[in-house]
Write a protein that binds this ligand. Structure first.
Ligand SMILES: Cc1cc2nc3c(=O)[nH]c(=O)nc-3n(C[C@H](O)[C@H](O)[C@H](O)COP(=O)(O)O)c2cc1C
Length: 331
């Protein structure tokens, strides 16, 4: 099965890459209900030398199974760096290992990454964005999409149209835009309007709208403002695991989205989802500790969204088993 190429007019819903969050087990759980068209891997940083195969295989175990999650959702591989040739060589290694699509990160705001010439730093240099995209595009087979993901700009949006035009000239297959500048971090407000403007200017190049879609109403507002066909969900998908299905239904991608009786997840639904997370980490060394840490991280995101009264208690518990027992006792 080929990777789903985005085309304008046919919607896609994409699970956002989130370093330290959307690793293989999380991608497996999130993709299980069939709402996502594909997932994007956490970024792999290309610095002094091209990445060796073992780095890809460690971070993206899906490469061993046609680069798909256990339920069959494709995974795109994201690379980050400032050196075109080394990124292109890394992309080729990924393709030889079975990657079916490459994404280039021009949005990461982390100071260490930016100091080392990666992520959002590139937003100051449209010409470099063009060269990186073009070099990777020319290196990998034409059947493999090469896309870009960026923010609105570094400290303002003055270079947005130049940056996105540069990516388009370099041959990007589509552009995902998180509606914030690098300096805005994750602070509100989100600014979806410029995403719509880019979409208009670069039409028919597919543009994926991203940022702060926490509810189905947020999604509808984002769609109205951007007129985008494609959307990427990150924190909202974790905070409210029902959201991807609801959005997929709106997009016509999941006709069978169930009717939910309550606006937010009930304790037993969290238990079911966490049980799936457990299944996908069964081979992990120190599985219980890993699951405890990641479950607390996950529920912390949900707590910000829906005020889980029980989170304060859960966050002090040391093991996954004790967390599960505590949630079970809520029922
Ligand atoms: C913890 C965390 C890690 C992230 N890691 C990445 C990453 O590896 N690559 C990337 O392109 N974006 C990364 N992002 C940005 C997200 O992909 C997304 O653009 C951003 O969170 C806005 O979308 P949201 O409001 O739906 O979460 C990360 C965001 C968070 C919160």
């Amino acid at each position: 099965m080929p990777f789903p190429h985005l085309t304008t007019g046919r919607p896609a819903l994409i699970l956002a890459p989130m370093e330290g969050v959307t690793d293989a087990p999380m991608r497996a759980v999130q993709s299980e209900r069939g709402a996502f068209t594909f997932c994007v891997s956490e970024f792999l940083r290309v610095s002094g030398t091209p990445l060796p195969a073992k780095v890809f295989l460690r971070s993206i175990p899906e490469l061993r199974s046609q680069c798909r999650t256990p339920s069959g959702t494709p995974v795109q591989i994201q690379l980050l760096g400032g050196d075109p040739e080394r990124i292109a060589a890394s992309a080729m290694t990924a393709v030889q290992l079975g990657a079916q699509a490459i994404d280039l990160n021009f949005g990461c705001p982390a100071p260490t990454v930016n100091r080392h010439d990666g992520g959002a730093t590139l937003l100051k240099y449209p010409q470099r964005i063009r060269t990186i995209v073009q070099t990777v595009r020319n290196a990998v087979p034409s059947s493999i999409p090469v896309s870009t993901k960026m923010r609105l700009g570094w400290d303002g949006i003055d270079l947005l149209f130049e940056n996105t035009a540069a990516a388009a000239e370099g041959g990007t297959s589509w552009i995902t835009i998180h509606g914030r500048t690098r300096n805005a971090g994750y602070a509100p407000p989100i600014d979806w309007e410029p995403i719509g403007e880019v979409r208009k200017r670069l039409y028919p190049l597919p543009v994926v709208a991203n940022g702060d879609i926490w509810t189905i109403d947020d999604f509808k507002r984002c769609r109205d403002i951007t007129q985008a066909d494609h959307f990427m969900l990150g924190r909202g998908a974790l905070a409210n695991p029902r959201l991807p299905l609801l959005v997929a239904k709106e997009l016509g991608l999941a006709p069978k989205a169930p009717e939910f009786e309550t606006p937010t997840l009930l304790a037993h639904e969290w238990l079911e989802i966490l049980a799936r997370f457990e299944v996908h980490t069964v081979h992990y060394p120190q599985q219980s500790l890993f699951l405890a840490r990641r479950t607390k991280q996950w529920l912390a995101m949900a707590h910000r969204y829906q005020d889980l009264a029980w989170f304060e208690h859960i966050k002090r518990l040391p093991t996954f088993e004790s967390i599960r027992e505590a949630i079970t006792s809520l029922q």
